[in-house]
Design a protein around this ligand. Structure first.
Ligand code: ZN
Ligand code: ZN
Length: 384
């Protein structure tokens, strides 16, 4: 830092140079010293950096004014012990790459070809595979083992994943030197700039296979249909997903495998309906059962249970069977079962049955029908 050259001197312009003069001088020097034009030349690299720094300051009227007044200390807080007259901040750590990226939105190759693009020969995780699994109500409620088929990419056995025919090897791409990226010269307002593009010769892979493996056609991976045994967790619901870790496409260059994401769809059940972890079921009962009470059979996910319908049960009454619902997926406990009883009005009665009912009707009184009584009371009031 001690022997920092004068910025005007660096650009070879006079103190009263116009911004056009600055631009012209800068373009000429930037091109001359650009690292991509002078590979491996440390002196050129240093000059290039110096030129950019000088232009960055002189091209900014405010910075140029500070520079004219205070010299380097006015624009670089790290220079000359603190920067008289300049508060610091905003101009520390000069980085040409940053400036170029701000001009061109990225893609600047930087010094020595350091690219921000991912190394094509580095480990890449395999893709996830999504499958849908249709389940019965009971299988989802209680959990089950299922087999699913996935088509996944696996390392080619024939070539061991190299993609090259046996006896040959994949060669490092001569076009990009294995980086998968090539530099492209671009004429811009501030000179010729190198940007990077995906290498067309190797399609960004960094390697060229002259004789591809016939089994994977040079891809290094082949698609296999695999049958996987799946443990479906008890309690899983329609639309929910669970994951088989590491069962998806195999990774590349030692990268980890992807996952298999299994989304569950539930087929409707003839007996049960599901509401979260609760189970609903409708049970038809007879008129007499409702009137006299009876023990009925109720299906649950654990099998049949007996339930006593009390005397005088109304149609549509819902009974709750505690803890007879579905087990929580990731916790202790389970939901409840709700049983809704509906009175089925009998049809196709015989004469004898009808007689019995008529006899019953004759014996009935207002006391037997609470709702009816209250209805007629209201009716009387309303129709006065
Ligand atoms: Zn290449
Ligand atoms: Zn192969």
């Amino acid at each position: 830092m001690a022997d920092k050259r004068d910025y005007y001197e660096v650009l070879g312009v006079s103190k009263d140079a116009s911004s056009d003069d600055l631009k012209k001088a800068y373009r000429k020097l930037a091109k001359q010293y650009h690292p991509d034009m002078n590979p491996g030349d440390k002196a050129a690299e240093a000059k290039f950096k110096e030129v950019n720094e000088a232009y960055e300051v002189l091209n900014d009227p405010a910075k140029r004014q500070r520079y004219d007044q205070f010299g380097h200390a006015g624009v670089d807080p790290s220079y000359g012990g603190g920067g008289a007259g300049y508060g610091g901040g905003g101009f520390g750590g000069f980085d040409v790459g940053d400036i170029f990226e701000s001009f061109f939105g990225g893609g600047f190759s930087g010094f020595g070809g350091s690219s921000r693009t991912r190394n094509p020969n580095g480990p890449i995780r395999g893709n996830d595979i999504n499958v849908t699994l249709g389940l019965s109500f009971m299988d989802a409620a209680k959990g089950c083992k299922q087999q699913i088929q996935v088509q996944r990419l696996e390392k080619c056995d024939t070539c061991g994943g190299s993609g090259a025919k046996s006896g040959t090897t994949a060669e490092t791409c001569t076009e990009c030197g294995g980086t998968g990226q090539v530099k492209v010269s671009q004429r811009t307002p501030i000179g010729v700039i190198q940007t990077t593009r995906t290498c067309s010769k190797c399609s960004g892979k960094g390697k060229v296979i002259k004789e591809p493996c016939p089994d994977c056609r040079g891809m290094g991976r082949v698609r296999h249909t695999r049958t996987l045994e799946v443990s479906v967790p008890a309690g899983i619901d329609d639309g929910q997903t669970f994951v088989l870790r590491g069962q998806g496409d195999q990774g590349v260059n030692g990268g980890p495998s992807g996952d298999v994401n299994i989304m569950v769809t539930l087929r409707p059940d003839t007996l049960f309906e599901r509401d979260g972890f609760d189970v609903w079921c409708d049970i038809p009962i007879t008129f007499s059962q409702a009137v006299l009470g009876d023990e009925i059979t109720v299906p649950t996910i654990d099998g049949k249970v007996k339930y006593t319908v009390p005397e005088g049960t109304q149609s549509g009454t819902v009974f709750r069977l505690r803890n007879k619902g579905i087990q929580y997926v990731n916790g202790r406990g389970r939901g409840d079962q709700y049983v809704k009883v509906n009175i089925e009005v009998p049809r196709n009665l015989t004469g004898k049955q009808k007689d019995a009912l008529r006899k019953f009707e004759e014996l009935s009184t207002e006391k037997n029908y609470e709702k009816r009584r209250s209805f007629f009371d209201k009716l009387k009031d309303a129709m006065k």
